[in-house]
Design a protein around this ligand. Structure first.
Ligand code: XCC
Ligand code: SF4
Length: 688
C-alpha cells in the first residue's frame, strides 16, 4: 500500500511546472463521415471556416463503453454503479452487481425501459399537443386551425366510439359534423389520462394480436400511466426482474405506437389533411441563394403548417421581394420536414445530421425549431452567421443568448407565423458574402399513407390491399420491410440506411420508410418510380412500373410509424397472408438509430409481431441474459423479436431470411419460384 501511494505522489506534477500542451482537436474526414456529396462538401466548408460540427465532435469524444453496453446505473446516489461485461465469463460465473445488488439484467432492463418511457413520452406529448389544438378547432376557438379532412374524421370516429349517425324517428341520419368533431376531440384527449378501461385504439389491431397482449397482461390503460409506471418501477428497489420489467416496457411501447403516435397521426390528418402522393425535392441543394431561406426543424406540424400557409400569401411574397429577394424558399429538417413534405410538398433540406450544415451554407435566414432532435450546437453555429435561430415551443428553449424565443400559441398562430417569416425576410439583407449552397438535390415522390397505398396497390373494386397481397402471394413482391429511424454520428451518415434499403429492394422486398431514413432515401433518388428498374429485383420492378410507384414508399414522420402498423393490419385484413402481423412476410429495421424514440418504436414493432433489426449498437450487450430474452424469447409472446446487426448487407439479409421463413410457413415459398418465370401471368398483369 505505502509503495503504491508513493508512486502516485511521484506522478503528480510539482507545483509551478507547466502543464502538458492541450492536444489539438481532431477534425472529421468528410469522405468518411458521410456518403452524401452535399454533406461531404459542407463538412469541408465548415472546417475551412473553422466551425466545428457534430462530425468533428464525434472524432474527439469516444462513447462510454459501459453506457454502450447498457450496464451503467445511476438510478441512485450510491452509484453510478458500472458493470462492464468481463471478457470471458459464463452466465453462472457472472457475479456482477451494483451496490444494491442489482444485476446486469436488472440494470440494462431498467435503462431500456427508461428509454422507452422517454420515447413514448416524446411521441405522445406531441400527440397530446395536437389533440389540444384539435379540441380548440372543434370548439371553434381558433381562427387558424380548422378541420380539413372530414372524410378522415368520419373514418376515425368509430374507433373512439363516436357515433357518426343519429337515430331520428327510426331512421339513421348523418350526425352533425361539428358534434362529431367535438366528441372525437374529447374522447381522444381522454386517452392520455382516463382512470378506467384500456386504450380504445387497441381494437384496431388484428384480433389475434389483441388477444396476445391481453394474455400477456400488457394492454395499456392510458398513455400517461404506462410512462409514469416505468419511472416508478425503475426507481431503486422496485422491479428487479427483467422479465417483469420488459412487460411494462411493452405496455408503454404499445401505448405509444397504438396510442399517442397513432392519435397524433390521425388528428394531424384530420386537421391538416391526409397525405397523398406528390412531387418534391431533397437535400441541401433545395435552398436558393436569391430567396429568403427559412428552414423548419423539429417535429410538430402545428406551427409549420401556419408558416407554410403564411409563406404562400402574396403579402409575404411581396414583403420578401421588397427586401431584395426573389421569393421565399421553405425547407425542412427532421420530421417537421416530413410532415410538411407529405402534405404540401415542401422540400426536405436534410437529415438530422445535416442541421448544422444548413446554417453553414450562409444562406439560412432563419431556422425555426420546435421540439425533438434539435442540436443545441445550432445556436453556436448560427452565431457565426447572420442566421436567426428561433425557438417556438414553451418546453424547448436554449440557453445561448443569440436564440430568439417566439412562443407559439394557437390563438394567434397566424400572427406568430407572420412575425417569423417577416423576421427572416428582414434578415435577408444581413447575409455575408460567403454563401455556399452545395448543388445537390434529388426529385422525390412522397406523401404515401395507408389510404394512398390502398389507392395505388388496392384492388379497383375491392378497395383493399388485395393487389398488394396478391403480388406477395405470387412472389413478385417477396415481402414488406419498414425501414425507419435516425442518423447517428457514430456511423457513416446514410451509408447504413441506403445499403439496407438497396439490398432489400434488390431482393424484391418493398420498403415503407419514415423519419430520417425517408430523407436519406429521398436524397438518393430512391423515392422515384424511375429508381425501380435501376435498383429492384425483377418482380418488384415490374410492380413499380405497372402501378407507377417508387419501390420505397415514404409514409412520413416518426409518429407516422403508426401508419406502418395500420398498413400491416390492412394487409392482414385483405387475406391470404395469415391472421396476424406476425404471420406476414415482413420485417422492421432502423440502420442508424440514435434516439430514445427509436427504442420505443422498435419495441412496439416487436410487440406487434415484427422481427426488428437495429444497426449501430444496442444498450443491452452488457447483459447477455436480458439481451437473449428480447432477441429470442419475446417471439413466443408476440411473434416479433429484436436483433442487432451492424453490417448493413447482413442486416438486410437477416430481414430477408425472416421474410422467407414466413413465406414458407404460409406455404407460398414455392409460388415465388414458379410464378417468377410465368410469362402469361406477367402479360396479364401488364395489361390490367
Ligand atoms: Fe429525429 Fe424524427 Fe430520428 Fe430523425 S428519425 S433523428 S428521431 S427526426 Ni424519427
Ligand atoms: Fe447502484 Fe443500485 Fe443505485 Fe443503481 S440503484 S446506482 S445499481 S446502488
Amino acid at each position: 500500500m505505502p509503495d503504491e501511494s508513493k508512486e502516485k505522489i511521484g506522478k503528480v506534477a510539482p507545483l509551478g511546472e507547466k502543464s502538458k500542451p492541450v492536444k489539438a482537436k481532431k477534425t472529421a474526414d468528410p469522405l468518411n463521415a458521410s456518403i452524401d456529396a452535399a454533406t461531404q462538401e459542407m463538412i469541408a466548408r465548415a472546417q475551412e471556416l473553422g466551425i466545428e460540427t457534430v462530425f468533428d465532435r464525434a472524432e474527439n469524444m469516444k462513447p462510454c463503453n459501459i453506457g454502450t453496453q447498457g450496464t451503467c446505473c445511476k438510478n441512485c446516489a450510491m452509484g453510478p454503479c458500472r458493470l462492464p461485461l468481463p471478457k470471458s465469463v459464463s452466465e453462472d460465473e457472472d457475479t456482477r452487481k451494483g451496490l444494491c445488488g442489482a444485476t446486469p439484467n436488472t440494470i440494462a432492463a431498467r435503462n431500456f425501459l427508461r428509454m422507452i418511457a422517454a420515447g413514448a413520452a416524446a411521441h405522445s406529448d406531441h400527440g397530446r399537443g395536437v389533440a389540444e389544438i384539435f379540441l380548440s378547432a372543434a370548439r371553434k376557438e381558433t381562427e387558424a386551425y380548422k378541420i380539413k379532412d372530414f372524410h378522415k374524421l368520419l373514418s376515425v370516429a368509430p374507433y373512439l366510439n363516436v357515433a357518426t349517425t343519429v337515430d331520428v324517428d327510426g331512421k339513421q341520419l348523418d350526425r352533425d359534423i361539428d358534434e362529431i368533431a367535438l366528441e372525437v376531440a374529447e374522447k381522444a384527449l381522454k386517452e392520455w389520462g382516463k382512470s378506467e378501461g384500456e386504450l380504445l385504439y387497441l381494437k384496431r389491431a388484428p384480433q389475434p394480436l389483441y388477444e396476445k397482449w391481453k394474455k400477456a397482461g400488457v394492454l395499456p390503460r392510458n398513455i400517461d400511466r404506462e410512462i409514469v409506471e416505468i419511472m416508478h418501477r425503475t426507481h431503486i428497489g422496485v422491479d428487479q426482474d427483467y422479465i417483469n420489467l420488459i412487460k411494462q416496457g411493452t405496455r408503454a411501447a404499445i401505448a405509444d405506437g397504438w396510442g399517442g403516435s397513432m392519435l397524433a397521426t390521425d388528428l394531424q390528418d384530420v386537421l391538416f389533411g391526409t397525405p397523398s402522393p406528390l412531387e418534391s425535392e431533397a437535400n441541401l441543394g433545395v435552398m436558393k441563394e436569391d430567396h429568403v431561406n427559412i428552414v423548419i426543424h423539429g417535429h410538430e406540424p402545428v406551427l409549420s403548417e401556419m408558416i407554410v400557409a403564411v409563406t404562400q400569401t402574396k403579402e409575404m411574397e411581396d414583403y420578401a421581394k421588397s427586401k431584395g429577394a426573389r421569393g421565399i424558399q421553405l425547407s425542412g429538417i427532421c420530421c417537421t420536414a416530413n410532415e410538411i413534405l407529405q402534405r404540401h410538398g415542401v422540400p426536405l433540406c436534410g437529415t438530422f445530421l445535416q442541421q448544422e450544415l444548413a446554417i453553414i451554407t450562409g444562406a439560412c435566414d432563419a431556422m425555426v425549431v420546435d421540439i425533438q432532435c434539435i442540436f443545441q450546437n445550432v445556436a453556436n453555429v448560427a452565431k457565426c452567421f447572420h442566421t436567426k435561430l428561433i425557438t417556438t415551443h414553451p418546453i424547448a428553449k436554449m440557453e445561448q443568448d443569440n436564440v430568439i424565443h417566439i412562443e407559439f400559441d394557437e390563438h394567434h398562430a397566424l400572427e406568430d407565423a407572420k412575425k417569423i417569416v417577416k423576421m427572416a425576410a428582414d434578415n435577408f439583407q444581413n447575409r455575408g458574402s460567403e454563401v455556399m449552397i452545395p448543388p445537390h438535390k434529388h426529385t422525390q415522390i412522397a406523401g404515401f399513407g395507408v389510404e394512398a397505398i390502398e389507392y395505388h396497390l388496392g384492388g379497383a373494386f375491392r378497395g383493399s390491399y388485395y393487389t398488394l397481397n396478391d403480388n406477395i402471394i405470387n412472389g413478385r413482391i417477396r415481402g414488406i420491410a419498414g425501414v425507419v429511424g435516425c442518423n447517428n454520428a457514430r456511423t457513416r451518415h446514410n451509408e447504413g440506411h441506403l445499403a439496407v434499403v438497396k439490398e432489400l429492394i434488390k431482393k424484391d422486398v418493398i420498403v415503407l420508410t419514415t423519419g430520417c431514413n425517408g430523407i436519406a432515401c429521398a436524397m438518393e433518388g430512391l423515392l422515384t418510380p424511375e429508381s425501380a428498374p435501376v435498383y429492384c429485383g425483377p418482380g418488384l420492378a415490374e410492380i413499380c412500373e405497372t402501378v407507377g410507384i417508387p419501390p420505397v414508399l415514404h409514409l412520413g414522420s416518426c409518429v407516422d410509424n403508426s401508419r406502418i402498423l395500420l398498413a400491416a393490419t390492412e394487409v392482414v385484413k385483405a387475406g391470404g397472408l395469415g391472421n396476424d402481423i406476425s404471420d406476414l412476410p415482413a420485417a422492421g429495421s432502423a440502420p442508424e438509430w440514435m434516439s430514445e424514440k427509436a427504442i420505443s418504436i422498435g419495441h412496439y414493432f416487436v410487440s406487434s409481431g415484427v422481427y426488428t433489426v437495429f444497426g449501430v449498437t444496442l444498450p443491452t450487450s452488457g447483459a447477455p441474459v436480458f439481451q437473449k430474452y428480447i432477441f429470442e424469447e419475446l417471439e413466443n409472446l408476440y411473434g416479433g423479436m429484436w436483433d442487432l446487426e451492424v453490417d448493413p448487407i447482413k442486416h438486410a439479409q437477416k430481414m430477408i431470411a425472416h421474410i422467407d421463413k414466413k413465406r414458407k410457413a404460409l406455404g407460398i415459398d414455392k409460388a415465388r419460384k414458379r410464378i417468377m418465370v410465368d410469362m402469361s401471368t406477367r402479360r396479364e398483369l401488364a395489361s390490367s
